[in-house]
Design a protein around this ligand. Structure first.
Ligand SMILES: NC(=O)c1ccc[n+]([C@@H]2O[C@H](COP(=O)([O-])OP(=O)(O)OC[C@H]3O[C@@H](n4cnc5c(N)ncnc54)[C@H](O)[C@@H]3O)[C@@H](O)[C@H]2O)c1
Length: 319
């Protein structure tokens, strides 16, 4: 049974993952190579918990105890000592992850389950320097950002993973109220990111051809497909609409839609101009006169609102 957890990397994802485990009463070691990042993570966790409390989504009297359940540690070896489950959220760099798993193979006890939060690497590539035995308990466990609010965690069910290890990890995620998706093949990007990239590719392409502006493209997704996607999966939507209709529309539209195999040039131009979104005050929208913190808080509030609403959602159609 998993009781003691280590999260490696305290950045965008790692701090939220540690926070989530701590919110559900797990003791967590949070490790980073940068002490500044660890201090920053502590502040971010406090701020995020306070917002959850203000939104009546987390009890106020749990604030200090939750933060105290997280040990902020700057030694890798110390951070994984005695842990049953270790998940890494270090930068998306294959060599960094390969070296890290090599060290973890040496530092962790035989029973420790290891995981990566990678967004795009195949599992077998990250395990280049890992011993055969250990490969039976290493998985990709892919969270979504912001980690403490998004319900999804994709779990790899491939490679050399043993059934009981998979079940133990699945139980862990159910115990912290996450919705798990079982991924059956070692493919880059797993499931949700690939679906999302498919949508994004068409949005960028429609913008590039001048068919729509940013605001209307976002409205089309938010009040059209996205509105249904919040409660209903793609295949359920097809069943509701009729597969014959989806077949005809697919034949008519797919041949005229974007099928490029690299990032859209519109997106690349923005990146080259230093327009990276809110972190540089300009992206598809202009934030130069906006209150960035207020935008981030508003986004988090909308997700909390959705989480509250989804408590009442009873699984999939037809079940
Ligand atoms: N940001 C997202 O939206 C998102 C979503 C899902 C998955 N991911 C994946 O999660 C992982 C982390 O992404 P992020 O956005 O949190 O990155 P980030 O850059 O915000 O954080 C990475 C952290 O790792 C630390 N670090 C660097 N080298 C390290 C090492 N050798 N050991 C320990 N810590 C080290 C850095 O100091 C930094 O704090 C990546 O694999 C990424 O693809 C990111």
């Amino acid at each position: 049974m998993i009781t003691k957890i280590a999260v490696l990397g305290a950045g965008t994802m790692g701090h939220g993952m540690a926070e989530t485990f701590a919110m559900h009463k797990y003791e967590v070691n949070l490790y980073d190579i940068s002490k500044d990042k660890l201090n920053q993570a502590k502040d971010e966790i406090r701020e995020e918990l306070i917002l959850l409390i203000e939104q009546k989504f987390f009890p106020a009297d749990e604030l200090e105890a939750t933060i105290n359940r997280i040990n902020f540690i700057s030694s890798l070896q110390d951070s994984v000592q005695g842990c049953d489950y270790v998940i890494e959220a270090t930068p998306e760099n294959l060599e960094v992850k390969q070296q890290l798993f090599k060290q973890l193979d040496q530092y962790c006890t035989a029973h420790t389950i290891l995981a990566s939060n990678t967004s795009s690497f195949e599992l077998h590539k990250m395990l280049k320097f890992v011993s055969g035995e250990r490969k039976q308990q290493i998985m990709i466990n892919h969270w979504y950002n912001p980690a403490h609010l998004m319900p999804l965690v994709e779990l790899s069910y491939f490679g050399d993973i043993k059934q009981f290890v998979y079940e133990e990890v699945e139980n862990l995620y159910h115990s912290i109220n996450k919705q798990t998706v079982k991924v059956l093949k070692d493919i880059p990007g797993l499931i949700a990111n690939r679906i999302q990239q498919g949508i994004a590719r068409e949005v960028f392409s429609l913008m590039e051809m001048g068919a729509v502006d940013a605001e209307n493209a976002d409205k089309a997704l938010r009040y059209g497909p996205g509105f249904r996607y919040a409660t209903t999966g793609q295949l359920e939507i097809c069943d509701l609409g009729g597969l014959d209709v989806w077949c005809v529309v697919g034949d008519n539209l797919l041949s005229v839609m974007d099928n490029s195999s690299e990032a859209n040039s519109l997106l690349r131009e923005k990146v080259n101009e230093g327009k990276l979104g809110i972190k540089s005050n300009e992206g598809f929208y202009d934030y130069r006169h906006a209150d960035i913190q207020a935008i981030k808080t508003e986004f988090a509030k909308r997700l909390i609102h959705q989480l509250k609403a989804s408590d009442y959602y009873e699984g999939s159609l037809g079940k």
